[in-house]
Design a protein around this ligand. Structure first.
Ligand code: KMT
Ligand code: NI
Length: 172
């Protein structure tokens, strides 16, 4: 895992877009984001049990597994959105980038590699993309029924209760 400020330069979303300015784990935790590296699935299971997660699925995002819808999917995941549930993602193979909004509404890019696990709070604006390997195999963990509908950012989502609660928890 590596976190840094997104460079905001034009170009393929799958390129690193590394501004060279790092973001500390302390700042990530201020945004409500937790990160672990778990080579053993056992550790993922323990964390899931502790946090009362009951469901999970696996997704492989690649041209091989998705065929011609791959490029469309990659663009869809990159639309800025929020969820009304906390979101746990565990990278089984390959890698990818999660971009999350900072307090000042800038993008922080989080590079996840194999065995990285990230917990994102409900209500945080984010987006996802594969990197130039074009291969992400990930486990998605859900508390109850998968209620992870992406709510694309727009006037409405700013007033969403989960968004409001998130902003309160961040302290601003
Ligand atoms: C999300 O919520 O943006 C995703 O789940 C992206 C795909 S999982 C690596
Ligand atoms: Ni999401």
């Amino acid at each position: 895992m590596k976190a840094y400020w997104f460079d905001n330069l034009p170009g393929d979303q799958r390129e690193p877009h590394d501004s060279g300015r790092e973001v500390s784990p302390e700042y990530l935790s201020k945004l409500g984001i937790l990160h672990f590296n778990y080579p053993k699935l056992e550790d993922v299971n323990t964390l899931a049990a502790e946090r009362d997660y009951k469901n999970r699925d696996e997704i492989t995002i690649s041209p091989e597994s998705m065929g011609e819808v791959y490029e469309t999917k990659v663009k869809t995941f990159f639309h800025e959105h929020l969820h009304e549930d906390e979101e746990i993602r565990y990278i089984l193979d390959g890698g990818g980038f999660f971009d999350v909004r900072s307090e000042g509404d800038d993008w922080v890019r989080i590079k996840l590699d194999k065995h990285d696990l990230m917990i994102m709070p409900a209500g945080i604006y984010h987006r996802f993309t594969t990197d130039t390997q074009n291969y992400t195999k990930a486990m998605r963990l859900f508390k109850e029924d998968p209620k992870w509908t992406p709510l694309n950012r727009g006037g409405e989502t700013d007033n969403n209760q989960f968004r409001q609660d998130y902003l309160k928890s961040r302290g601003g």
